[in-house]
Design a protein around this ligand. Structure first.
Ligand code: MN
Length: 739
């Protein structure tokens, strides 16, 4: 160790002893020795040995009254990051225990932030994040001490670095100190910021203050004497504190309110601390008796506390020679709140904490800052803070150090979209703290999240819609699909409708489905079925909204095909739909009796008008065949069955009965050409013939055989169908029955 380091170390240990607190000197000494060894050979920009920095930070920590482990952590705070080759958290834990290692870890994780040119809301996130990510409030305290020392020694740094650090301190750390009730530290940070950011303005105000103070020494002493005598005469126990406003607060006042220095009345303030609230008002009366008050300057923050719990009486009065000065009157309790009022912020935010709870928190933080050891729970305050404010937010970093606030449970996809929809849309993967993670991973507060993008990305996946937590991400993903993927959306939408239809429709053709969807869509304001599919595909409408209406439409149309326009059909696959009233039995008189159990043979499917004959089956009633059915010809030649053939004919009037439909089988021989099957379907549709089954097979090199099962009224109807089919270009022949 260098001589100056040894000297600084000696002073430090003097300070520890003089603090009157129960510091574990041996432990602290060994932490200092270890840190000094690790930082050996490292120097600050100023040329000093590096160890002078952690040592100074530790001094400030001692000044705040923090405990032994905090002091050790302050000494070791830069070792893990800067001397990673020589030590580790494990090593520190082995040497100094879990708690010190935990604090050092917390300090190491508070990465360099990037706050320049960020709007206020963003900076507020950073502050919240700092609080949220430090599991122990001492981490923040030590970090603030670290920052204070860096600010004190900032002058040696190059200008851009100086400016960035000062801005960050002004926007993040000073308000943080304010929130934690560390008023003194906050004020020093602010004054240092201004001295770097506006050195000329700073000098100007400081020389004003000095000048004015020099002019006012007599005045101030005179006032203090007058006030003291008056309070004593009235038997009020008191403590007097004179105070000069900080450069920063004057600077801000002049800047914000556009005032000249002479218009700043309260650069000097007299603070009177008494024992009770009543004495505050008594003292105020006495002050107003002694001095003329400035109208409009009296503030009763006792009956109406500031949002941050600050309570005091403020008044500005005119002293000797017409010089105004401010008087602040408060009790000791109020004074402690003013100094350590960290609970103020969340009382304000939650607005429903009882006074007792707040007081308990204040008491705790006062004790933490003022005294060493005793019973205290360093996490109590921070936990309360987190539960009160942060329970629903996660704060993560971009690789550049920007802080992004996300609702709890948000995934890396949400993160990507919160940065920019372009980032989300070209996302191909993600890293958390440098490790590749699945894209449904939810990062935790303090994680560094990096989104891997590629210009070759095909865009977001539809699955993401069910993964993301934020509506922002969901909206952006949907709008991408809406814009970029109409064709895919339509396919996806169709698939969704098909799945839905399968729940209650045995099957339907594409065209039937399209018609239904178009009809339903029209009522919902869609221009076409494709618009419905598209919207469904990108998630712009839910299936729940469509399902009931589709079902109604289905009931209304497709269950009564002979009364509605039958649909043209395509035939990539076999589709069977059975209209309710296609008859597979009935309308037959057997042997002069009607009403016996009959069914139509599947081999020939007789139609009204056909000559028919019955065959008595074993257990299935009478099967009705066409007389010219090949099975009949074969069967009748078998003497064994001779007695089972019975005469049958159609009931009179059957052929004219429009309502009854019968199955008919047709084989169509066609030339193989594009669209021929569709033409056949269209022709059937135009004749309002319901297609029950269609099946195609190749026949030779350029012919195709189409087997159709259709609904048909009777033989006449059948013949009209056949002649219509024969008229189609490319149809070679039409034959009844299946070949
Ligand atoms: Mn440091």
């Amino acid at each position: 160790m260098s001589e100056e380091t040894i000297r600084q170390g000696d002073q430090f240990f003097e300070m520890l002893k003089a603090s009157g607190r129960n510091y574990d000197i041996e432990k602290i000494r060994s932490a200092l020795d270890y840190a000094a060894t690790l930082h050996e050979g490292q120097f600050r920009v100023s040329g000093e040995p590096y160890i002078s920095h952690p040592l100074s930070v530790a001094e400030i920590v001692v000044g705040l009254g923090l405990d032994t482990n905090s002091v050790c952590a302050a000494l070791l705070h830069d070792t893990v990051e800067d001397c990673a080759d020589k030590t580790s958290l494990t090593e520190i834990e082995a040497r100094f225990g879990k708690e010190v290692a935990y604090l050092v870890d917390g300090l190491t994780k508070l990465v360099q932030l990037n706050v320049e040119d960020k709007e206020e809301a963003h900076i507020e996130n950073i502050r919240k994040m700092l609080l949220a990510m430090s599991k122990d409030v001492r981490v923040i305290f030590i970090k603030l001490c670290d920052r204070l020392h860096n600010m004190r020694t900032l002058a040696v740094k190059a200008d851009p670095k100086r400016r960035a650090t000062a801005l960050e301190t002004m926007h993040v750390y000073a308000p943080l100190a304010h929130r934690l009730g560390m008023q003194k530290l906050k004020q020093e940070l602010e004054n240092l910021c201004i001295s770097y950011l506006d050195p000329i303005g700073y000098e100007e105000i400081q020389s004003y203050i000095e000048e004015k103070y020099g002019e006012s020494v007599d005045f101030i002493e005179n006032i203090q004497g007058m006030v003291s005598r008056k309070l004593e005469e009235n038997h009020i126990p008191f403590t007097l504190k004179g105070r000069i406003k900080s450069v920063y607060s004057i600077y801000r006042k002049m800047f914000n309110q556009n005032k000249s220095f002479d218009q700043i009345y309260d650069f000097y303030a007299l603070r009177i601390i008494v024992d009770s609230e009543l004495e505050c008002y008594t003292a105020l009366g006495l002050i107003h008796e002694m001095f003329k008050s400035v109208p409009g300057r009296f503030k009763d923050y006792i009956s109406t506390p500031k949002p941050n719990l600050y309570r005091s009486l403020h008044t500005t009065v005119i002293g000797r020679d017409g010089i105004p000065f401010e008087v602040q009157i408060r009790t000791w309790d109020m004074h402690h709140v003013a100094e350590y009022g960290i609970a103020a912020h969340w009382k304000y935010k939650s607005g429903e904490k009882s006074k007792e709870e707040i007081d308990k928190k204040l008491e705790w933080i006062s004790r933490l800052v003022e005294t060493e050891g005793e019973t205290r729970d360093p996490d109590e305050f921070l936990n309360a803070l987190k539960t009160d404010i942060f329970h629903d937010e996660t704060f993560v970093f971009t690789p550049k150090g920007d802080v992004i606030a996300l609702p709890q449970g948000s995934t890396v996809i949400d993160f990507a979209y919160s940065i920019h929809s372009g980032v989300g849309n070209s996302m191909v993967g993600a890293k958390i703290n440098g490790m590749i993670v699945p894209i449904d991973r939810a990062p935790e507060t303090g994680d560094i999240v990096e989104i891997l993008t590629s210009s070759a990305s095909k865009g977001p996946s539809r699955d993401w819609l069910s993964i993301v937590k934020t509506s922002e991400a969901r909206t952006k993903i949907r709008s991408w699909f809406k814009k970029e993927k109409r064709a895919d959306n339509i396919i996806a939408g169709k698939a969704m409708i098909d799945t839905e239809l399968k729940k209650w429709v045995r099957a339907c053709t594409e065209n039937q489905r399209n018609e239904m969807v178009a009809a339903v869509g029209k009522r919902l304001g869609f221009m076409s079925a494709d618009d419905v599919y598209n919207t469904l595909g990108y998630g712009g409408i839910s299936m729940g909204k469509l399902s009931g209406k589709l079902r109604d439409e289905y009931e209304r149309t497709l269950t009564q095909p002979e009364q509605e326009t039958a649909e043209p059909l395509t035939a990539e696959q076999i589709k069977t739909v059975k209209p309710k009233n296609v008859r597979t039995s009935g309308g037959i008189v057997v042997d002069g009796e009607s009403g016996c159990q009959v069914k139509f043979a599947r081999c020939c499917n007789p139609l009204p008008g056909d000559d028919v004959i019955g065959f008595i089956t074993k257990g299935f009633g009478i099967s009705i065949h066409k007389c010219d059915c090949p099975n009949v010809k074969n069967g009748r030649s078998n003497p064994e069955y001779a007695e089972r053939w019975v005469e049958a004919h159609w009931e009179s009037g059957t052929a004219a009965n429009d309502q009854a439909m019968y199955e008919a089988q047709i084989t169509v021989y066609v030339q193989d050409r594009m669209g021929i099957v569709a033409d056949v379907s269209v022709a059937l549709s135009e004749m309002k013939v319901f297609l029950l089954q269609i099946n195609t097979s190749a026949s030779g090199s350029d012919n195709t055989i189409i087997n159709l099962k259709i609904s048909c009224k009777n033989v006449e109807h059948y013949h009209s169908i056949v002649s219509r089919l024969k008229a189609i270009n490319g149809v070679l022949d039409v034959v009844r029955g299946f070949s």
